[in-house]
Design a protein around this ligand. Structure first.
Ligand code: F6R
Length: 638
């Protein structure tokens, strides 16, 4: 068996991988509760360092539950938050002060005088003195016993962006452009994201007696691997935690996915070479050695930690051929299965034909970005396809777009007869009333209008993709309609709605996305809702004949070894897909930029589909214009 220490040899920080964020947080909350109770029994205080953002939300929910259901009291607790945007009042919807009240403080018995969050209102000239006082207050409280951290995509802890010194203290900092872009959705546009923040320093954090960093979802995986396995350096501030004597990272499987022991286990321990692991390793070897699979030589295997595979199952020629064939068999122009064909080496079964297919889209446009070309093919090949939009997506519509729509309704309604004008006027007034620097939340009218706008775009896109009109469904799941970014909370009602659609349509094929995403993100939450709905229907007869395929939006393409079905697109099909994506006009510049220069959603979709084709080409397979890729999902996956 693998030695645990051997597998962790590259990790300079102790990492724990838990089945989910909720499970990880349950353990940490129990640990915090024990600390609080032990200290209370001794008549002593506990000082907690707290973080905001979506990451710690499940921890705070569990602490609230412990307070409500198990009588955990916070009267002997003092808290210090890591950071706050500079320039925001504590009432601003995105202020960390408000976040803490809404997510934790308002629901427990922590005395108000014992919670401390940096004050975003302190005038620039007074910030230095204010920060020193914050540090002194921490010291006067006895120092931080346990510091909870999240991690940003820049590797920041608190708001210590790349370049922050190891001995930095609480101070005013300029936010990194990537951090601002990541916050753009919360602030309804990047222009509204503050440029500065007050944050505890790296030195302040390192003085905490215990540090626990939490990370969920695949977007964090690269940074987690670098922070854990890279050398300590100020360009990735989280690496500086390696110097701390009592630090650990709590991860979910998606955030842990880039750790060497998980991604390339053969590099750190002897492994059992199952066919899927061998295929994964050979695809990796091909890209690392920069040689097509069929040109890999024995020495390439030897030089890259795969000598035992060679000994067990070699020579290279045999291994290469086997892997090549397996990858070759993932390619199909028949995503719904090829009727009357031998399907023993095809990703999807031939019968039944046609199939009932359901495509779940977390927000309108996800389905086009991830699988627009495949959608068209499924229709052309005679399948009965229903696209189900899980949320309305109204939060992602910029005010400018809504203003254009409201003006249109207003002009139209006032030139005609009827009552739409009043509602349109209300929307215009509400948007105009939002201050430019402190944009509040949208009114119900505005959200409805924005949601309708996205419906219109979704229908236009479907028309472009040749999907028959009237077959789509808009579920407008309640968790989204009643929620805000980072704070969504799905309920049984959401699950019941999705389960009802599944029972009604009884699909043979489901296409979905969001597995492995941050569980607090829209797509992550939608996937969890779908998974729970599947739990409810999986004992029904029709389910036994249903397959689930995962697609991905352009921000995270599958690696070659992760792909179970690759659907090639011709140049004309790629153009058609791009035109369909283009219909989502309100989303043009709303996507997080994952490749410099690609700001538009359609550019990103095009680049992702082309790059998958290049990946296959580099492995030595046929050279296609573009590819859309899918992974088969099994209930026990993740
Ligand atoms: C928040 C903080 C930040 C976040 C990080 C991750 O107080 O200090 O470092 O922890 O940006 O944010 P989320 O959790 O939203 O992914």
């Amino acid at each position: 068996m693998k030695s645990n220490i051997e597998a962790r040899q590259r990790e300079r920080i102790y990492t724990e991988v838990h089945p989910s964020a909720v499970v990880a947080c349950r353990g940490l909350a129990a640990e915090i509760a024990t600390l609080i109770r032990t200290r209370a029994a001794e008549g002593r205080n506990v000082v907690l360092g707290l973080a905001t953002g979506s990451t710690p939300v499940p921890l705070y929910r569990e602490l609230i539950r412990l307070h409500r259901e198990e009588g955990l009291s916070f009267r002997n607790v003092i808290t210090f938050n890591l950071d706050e945007y500079h320039g925001l009042t504590p009432e601003h919807p995105e202020s960390y002060s408000r976040f803490m009240r809404e997510q934790l403080f308002n629901h427990i018995d922590l005395p108000a005088s014992q919670s401390n969050v940096p004050d975003g209102r302190v005038p620039r000239g007074e910030v230095f003195a204010w920060c020193r006082a914050y540090e002194q207050k921490i010291a006067a409280a006895g120092g931080i016993d346990l510091q909870v951290l999240g991690i940003g995509r820049t590797g920041h802890i608190g708001f210590n962006e790349p370049g922050s010194a190891r001995d930095s203290r609480t101070r005013l900092v300029t936010l990194d452009s990537l951090t601002r872009r990541d916050a753009a959705r919360d602030f309804l546009g990047e222009a509204n994201v503050p440029r500065y923040a007050i944050t505890m320093g790296v030195g302040t954090i390192l003085e905490a007696r215990k540090v626990v960093l939490l990370a969920w979802g695949e977007a964090k995986a690269r940074m987690i691997a670098q922070a854990t396995e890279g050398r300590p350096n100020e360009t990735i501030p989280a690496t500086l935690l390696q110097d701390h004597p009592d630090v650990r990272f709590l991860l979910d499987p998606a955030a842990a996915a880039e750790l060497t022991r998980i991604k390339h286990p053969w590099l750190v321990t002897p492994v059992e070479w199952t066919p899927p692991l061998a295929r994964r390793a050979i695809a990796w070897l091909s890209s690392t050695a920069k040689r097509p699979v069929l040109k890999l030589l024995d020495e390439h295997y030897g030089e890259h930690g795969m000598a035992d595979l060679l000994t067990e199952q070699g020579p290279a020629y045999n291994l290469n051929i086997r892997a090549f064939n397996e990858i070759q068999h993932t390619i199909t122009g028949w995503p719904g299965g090829k009727p009357n064909a031998d399907d023993s080496h095809r990703p999807e079964r031939a019968s039944p034909h046609p199939k009932r297919v359901v495509v779940f889209s977390p927000e309108p446009s996800d389905e086009m970005l991830g699988m627009g070309g495949t959608l068209t093919r499924l229709i052309e090949q005679g399948h009965s396809v229903t696209v189900v939009y899980l949320t309305s997506g109204n939060l992602a519509v910029p005010d400018e777009e809504a203003m254009v729509a409201a003006d249109l309704v207003l002009e139209f309604a006032t030139s005609q007869a009827g009552g739409a004008a009043t509602a349109a006027r209300r929307v215009r007034d509400a948007i105009a009333a939002k201050q430019s620097t402190a944009k509040g939340q949208d009114t119900a009218d505005t959200r409805r209008l924005k949601g309708l706008l996205r419906r219109g775009e979704a229908r236009a896109a479907l028309r472009n993709a040749a999907v028959p009109s009237g077959t789509e469904r808009f579920l407008d799941l309640a968790f989204y309609e009643n929620g805000r970014y980072r704070q969504f909370r799905a309920t049984e009602a959401d699950v019941a709605q999705v389960a009802a659609v599944l029972r009604e349509l009884k699909p043979h094929q489901i296409f979905a996305t969001g597995a492995g995403q941050d569980p607090a993100s829209v797509s992550g939450m939608c996937f969890d809702v779908l998974r729970s709905a599947i739990q409810q229907v999986k004992t029904e007869g029709w389910w036994q004949d249903c397959r689930v395929w995962l697609y991905r939006t352009p921000d995270k393409a599958w690696a070659a070894h992760e792909i179970d079905m690759a659907v090639p697109l011709s140049p004309a099909q790629l153009t058609q897909k791009i035109q369909a994506v283009y219909q989502h006009k309100s989303q043009r510049s709303q996507m997080p930029v994952f490749e410099p220069g690609l700001h538009e959603a359609w550019q990103q979709a095009e680049a992702a589909a082309r790059s998958l084709a290049k990946t296959y080409d580099a492995l030595g397979l046929a050279e296609y214009e573009a590819i859309e890729a899918f992974q088969r999902w099994h209930d026990d996956a993740r």
